[in-house]
Design a protein around this ligand. Structure first.
Ligand code: TYD
Length: 397
């Protein structure tokens, strides 16, 4: 049975930054009701609304993996590990974005798949074979004809964006070599609930995976998890190492059961846990608004740092407009001089002096708190205060 546990109100498409301030409407399909559900059988958590992929992942997609030091380092370390441990002849990445991972491999050893043409163009230009297509059975067939099979299929922060997981895994199964490995990383549902980061939910994040749900899902395809790593990226992610159940030589790590036990202990298999999360979410909204309103009353100015998709969920759920947060700042060229969807707060180009004009910073990219606070330590020393809503709304300095 599928049961609803959270409503995050009317939301715009998260990554559709607006060229000019516009009032979005439900009638024109620009706003939708963001409801979150729990499947009591498969234990999968998902949003109800399905926006066609073409509307979300097109030639203007603004998210770039290489924009942060944290992500570049994470991909670099993983590439070293993959080369050492698995020595793949051929690795395929589903959702290769701007090449943050594949650029760490020799060109003849990797294939990128990236439907956002603006991003695929970047890796193609750098000489990496990239299919600017959606991951599906047709594409797997095309690649199989050319390469026969691939040894590793990697995908970070992408599979949770694809509605039809059956096609995803059917296509992977078709192309992966007999002893091939799948490596998937995505935000962890356990971390999301622990940190009360309700902003992990937006139209692109159709699913938020737990190890319990991934295990159940893989079971349908003859795959199993053989190792799990906890990562700090995206506010706490899990990296799943997966193999065919028939590939017995690859041993299963104790870490898999450890993670599942932790999730069960927290209650991720029970609906009541999600009801509690929805109460915490409402409390988080009230407390954040209290902090922001107090600052407004004191006639102080707040800058949003990191015009993230997550921040779009927060602004629209909490009804925060430019009266409360004057501007956002971001380093991504595709976002600069645009407006936060739904709330029309202008995104300014980041420069090292920008913080001079503000009294407080709201951490839109709270998942990069360490990186950002290190970068801005001069201002913090001089009294600039940061506001975060994770794990609960508070001021930090
Ligand atoms: P991310 O948290 O991955 O976003 P999302 O919620 O959209 O998945 O994106 C981080 C954003 O923050 C990205 O737009 C780049 C921006 N950013 C800066 O502008 N400056 C920084 O120092 C860092 C670390 C990120």
């Amino acid at each position: 049975m599928i049961k609803k546990f959270l409503n995050l109100g009317l939301q715009p498409l998260a990554n559709q930054y607006q060229k000019k301030p516009v009032k979005l409407s439900v009638e024109k399909g620009q706003l939708y009701n963001l409801n979150i559900f729990f499947n009591t059988k498969s234990k999968l958590v998902s949003i109800s609304k399905r926006i066609p992929s073409e509307k979300m992942f097109n030639s203007k997609y603004p998210y770039r993996s290489s924009m942060s030091h944290t992500m570049r380092t994470s991909f670099k370390n993983l590439s070293k590990k993959i080369k050492k441990k698995f020595k793949p002849n051929l690795l395929l990445e589903i959702g290769s974005n701007d090449g943050a991972l594949i650029k760490n491999f020799k060109k003849e050893n990797v294939i990128g798949v990236e439907p956002c043409k603006n991003l695929a163009r970047i890796t193609k230009k750098n000489g990496y074979l990239t299919y600017d297509k959606y991951w599906n059975f047709d594409l797997a067939t095309k690649i199989k004809k050319k390469f026969n099979s691939v040894d590793i299929i990697y995908s970070a922060n992408t599979l949770t964006h694809i509605s039809d997981l059956n096609t995803v895994f059917k296509s992977i199964k078709y192309l992966l070599s007999e002893n091939g490995i799948i490596i998937i990383e995505d935000p962890s549902l356990l971390e999301c609930l622990k940190k009360n980061s309700y902003d992990q939910f937006y139209n692109e994040h159709i699913y938020l995976f737990s190890a319990i749900a991934v295990k159940n899902l893989l079971n349908n395809f003859g795959f199993e998890i053989f190792d799990i790593e906890n990562l700090s990226t995206h506010g706490g992610s899990l990296r799943y190492y997966i193999k065919r159940t028939s590939y017995k030589k690859q041993k299963i790590s104790y870490r898999v059961n450890n993670q599942i036990k932790k999730e069960i202990k927290f209650g991720l298999h029970k609906f009541e846990t999600y009801k509690k999360f929805s109460i915490n979410t409402l409390r988080s909204k009230k407390n954040l608004l209290q902090i922001l309103n107090k600052i407004k009353k004191d006639k102080k100015k707040i800058l949003g740092y990191g015009a993230t998709a997550k921040a779009v969920t927060v602004l629209n759920y909490c009804n925060i407009d430019k009266d409360l947060i004057s501007n956002f700042t971001d380093t991504t060229p595709e976002k600069i001089d645009n407006y936060m969807p739904g709330k029309n707060i202008k995104i300014l180009r980041y420069n090292k002096d920008i913080l001079k004009n503000y009294d407080y910073v709201f951490l839109g990219a709270w998942n990069f708190k360490k990186e950002i606070m290190r970068k801005e330590k001069k201002y913090i020393k001089n009294g600039l205060k940061f506001i975060t809503h994770i794990p609960y709304p508070k001021l930090i300095n």
